[in-house]
Design a protein around this ligand. Sequence first.
Ligand code: NDP
Ligand code: HSE
Length: 430
Amino acid sequence: MGAPLRIAIAGLGTVGVGTVQLLQEHAQTIAMRCGRPVEVTAVSARDRCKNRGCDVSGAVWYDDPVAMAREAEADVIVELIGGSDGVARDMVAAALKAGRDVVTANKALLAIHGTELARAAEASNVHLTYEAAVAGGIPIVKALREGLGGNHIRRVYGILNGTCNYILTTMEDTGRDFDDVLEEAQELGYAEADPSFDVDGIDTGHKLALLTSMAFGCPVDFEAVSMEGIRHVTAMDIQHADELGYRIKLLGVAEETEHGILQRVHPCMVPKNGPIASVEGVFNAVVVEGDFVGRSKLEGRGAGAGPTASAVVADIMDLAAKRGAPTFGVPVDGLVERPTATIDTHVGAYYVRLMVLDRPGVFAEIAAALRDAQVSMESILQRGHDPGAVVTVVMTLHSTVEAATTRALERIGGIDAVVEPPCMIRIEDL
Ligand SMILES: NC(=O)C1=CN([C@@H]2O[C@H](COP(=O)(O)OP(=O)(O)OC[C@H]3O[C@@H](n4cnc5c(N)ncnc54)[C@H](OP(=O)(O)O)[C@@H]3O)[C@@H](O)[C@H]2O)C=CC1
Ligand SMILES: N[C@@H](CCO)C(=O)O
């Protein structure tokens, strides 16, 4: 058995405590599999007196995680605090500068500063690893960088946020309110410190930006991700989707298109019998389409203490066993800028819900707006009949370039009888 790998953990919340518990419960198996034990020698969090439900009494306590990253007697620094800037960024930068390997679950940090931090890791000849940052317990980072590394990847997509999938499936199954289910997801430890990152699609955007870099060999470009969340999805839309043969999922999609790499995050209607629709609750799924492998789907829990700790510990074990890869699959200087496509160029079908005053001539105005934008309607249905009152109109549109759909919906939104902005959800054959 080799000398212990000494690790210092900053952040003893949902993921930090899960990681300590896993390392303690499976200490023997981990030591056997890596050829050396893993010891937690230092820890840091804000409140020293908090009862955390795990024993860290053998570790040196640091109030300041940046000092810990620089000074602790540790080979690996584990950052489980969160946030794209501030103390998380400072401590990761300090650890890399001090020549220590870093493990993090922090997708916000890497989506924004990933390329710069990967360069710092290379300069110090150490590793920066982040399996837990994308899709919780699913080993997608390892799969993309190693297992599927020989493929030319054309598209990677999936359900990347456990909180949103939990909300959408629980709303569908129980008819409960959005806010009520979000609160439950927070209690279960799934949500980000600021849950608007989950429900506004930002967390999915962070993860997608990392997947894009690994899949297409380009620098991380979070700014290029088009993001839309699930706040506008109502129980009525979920019901309509069901009637049309779909389920609603928040997807992140990165694809090579004729205009460049398109990264998009938005709710989608997906066929009920397809591989994405069956992914329920806190589960995530990531699908990779490669030229030699074809389509490969990985599914597992995307959030929560256990699955995330599983991924953090996988990174620690790789470092203990001296297995490593460049942060984004190739050295930073080998990452190649690719043209960026915008969401306007997306081509697909659409569901549109309108709230309109029930009066003669409204359908004609809607049809004229679609005609003038060269958008072809597949179906239109008015739900209910109540002259002078507000009724729901549901349309599906044939495959169209998004710029045309947007033009048509802007004009429809301006019709007097349309009393709310149109709700548009993309339909995907995934
Ligand atoms: N929860 C999940 O399912 C997943 C989370 N992640 C990521 O993991 C990271 C941690 O998330 P999670 O465990 O949920 O977050 P929590 O909010 O549960 O835990 C955060 C921890 O960081 C500590 N902390 C905050 N600020 C400081 C500071 N200035 N100095 C020292 N310690 C500090 C807190 O200390 P104290 O306890 O004393 O307040 C707390 O222990 C985030 O990057 C998140 O995005 C990734 C995948 C899944
Ligand atoms: N808040 C995130 C945690 C996992 O990254 C989610 O719900 O997926």
